[in-house]
Design a protein around this ligand. Structure first.
Ligand SMILES: *Cc1c(COP(=O)(O)O)cnc(C)c1O
Length: 389
């Protein structure tokens, strides 16, 4: 049997045709497809503005800059995330701190956040922005966090790299009802792909304008924003800030736009796979993903936790046994503060106890739309064998 990865894209003939059409057109980068992709995602989520960029990492960077994150500021996030959720604050010269996770959902814990905010207020070190991650595609408890935001005045970025197509209280993730900006990723392992790419969504026109400007070198072609107003220049743009080249190309946007048509189908398929895993793993010494009743996960990942007190072997041995069986399981994630770059800043092992325990027990098993039942059975058999050693 071929090696089974933990995630894989799903590309069909229509996707390929859409990309080929762009390649045959006059515009392969800044043409009409990027705005069409932005409009499609914006309307799917019910959000007023959507800014496509070349990665979610770039989107997180310009989101932080638009919210005014800079030197002297502190940004909080969860330790159980991809490093980009924390790095974006460092790009802006700010400090990062971590709030421990909830033991059931693996999202940032509202209780720990509440405690940490009360302490931070006492010493005058409240965060400017809190970056929430919808781990595995399950939305954070947004209503509770939004209530804290009203009390303490921080801004919220939703890192929804895992969560496009998911729903919170029956509304789409990305609508920014409880946040300032939401960010999506279109990396091939995510729910839909553009090859590489990301998008920042917001209902705030000012933030949208700033992010558009930062996406392309800090340039504007809007006369309203030009100071001084251009004299009799023949050029129709001005650089009004320091930006980057974070643009998405029409080639990639065509793939993303085509994939949007199957977003709901992809997420339903992931739910079918998750339900089947839930059933097949019932008798194994593992904890399967807990789901809130009022949310609909996009199931980017299916993370199991080994019940280490019920088995004789360690996580590493299970991991190696699965790899030996041709199953490319993975770990999402090593707590960000345990990365050498962060521990060199002074973060110590054990800083977030729940995150540490999760790290010692978690394994992401294959979850992607083209996973077959035969492959899924193979994963379960290998896991059964490994945990009964
Ligand atoms: C994948 C991912 C990112 C980064 O996405 P890119 O598009 O690869 O830059 C950021 N945050 C989380 C939680 C992710 O999973």
């Amino acid at each position: 049997m071929k090696t089974i990865p933990y995630g894989h894209q799903n590309i069909n003939k229509d996707d390929i045709q859409a990309v080929v059409e762009v390649l045959k057109s006059d515009f392969i980068t800044q043409g009409p497809i990027v705005p069409a992709f932005e409009a499609a995602v914006g309307s799917y989520c019910g959000t007023q503005h959507a800014i496509a960029v070349n990665s979610a990492t770039s989107a997180l960077h310009i989101a932080c800059l638009a919210l005014g994150v800079g030197k002297g500021d502190v940004v909080w996030t969860t330790p159980i995330t991809f490093v980009a959720s924390a790095n974006c604050a460092l790009y802006c010269g700010a400090q990062v701190d971590f709030v421990d996770i909830d033991s059931r959902t693996y999202n940032l814990s509202v209780e720990r956040l509440t405690e940490k905010l009360a302490q931070a207020e006492k010493v005058g070190k409240l965060p400017k922005v809190v970056i929430l991650v919808h781990m595995c595609g399950q939305p954070c408890d947004m209503a509770a966090i939004h209530a804290l935001r009203l009390r303490y005045g921080f801004k919220i970025i939703e890192d929804a790299a895992h969560a496009i197509g998911g729903r919170y209280k029956d509304e789409p993730v990305g609508n920014c009802h409880y946040s300032d900006i939401t960010v999506f990723s279109f990396h091939p392992v995510k729910i839909i792909t553009a090859g590489e790419g990301g998008m920042a969504l917001t209902n705030d026109a000012q933030l949208a304008k700033q992010m558009r400007c930062l996406r392309s070198h800090g340039l504007t072609s809007d006369v309203e924003d030009m100071h001084p107003r251009p004299p009799k220049e023949i050029w129709n743009y001005q650089q009004i800030g320091l930006g980057f080249n974070y643009r998405m190309t029409d080639i990639l946007a065509a793939l993303g736009l085509s994939q949007m048509q199957r977003l709901d189908e992809f997420v339903s398929k992931r739910h079918i796979i998750a339900k089947r895993y839930d059933q097949l793993l019932l008798s194994l010494p593992v904890v399967t993903p807990y789901q809130y009743a009022d949310s609909y996960s996009s199931f980017h990942l299916y993370v199991i936790r080994l019940q280490l007190d019920e088995i004789n072997i360690k996580q590493r041995q299970v991991y190696e046994a699965l790899r030996a069986a041709g199953i490319h399981v993975n770990l999402h994630y090593i707590p960000v503060y345990r990365q050498p770059y962060y521990s060199n800043m002074g973060f110590e092992t054990g800083y977030c106890p729940e995150a540490e325990q999760f790290y010692a027990e978690a394994i992401s098993i294959p979850m992607f739309t083209v996973l077959t039942e035969v492959q899924q059975d193979h994963v379960v058999t290998a896991l059964k064998e490994a945990t009964s050693l």
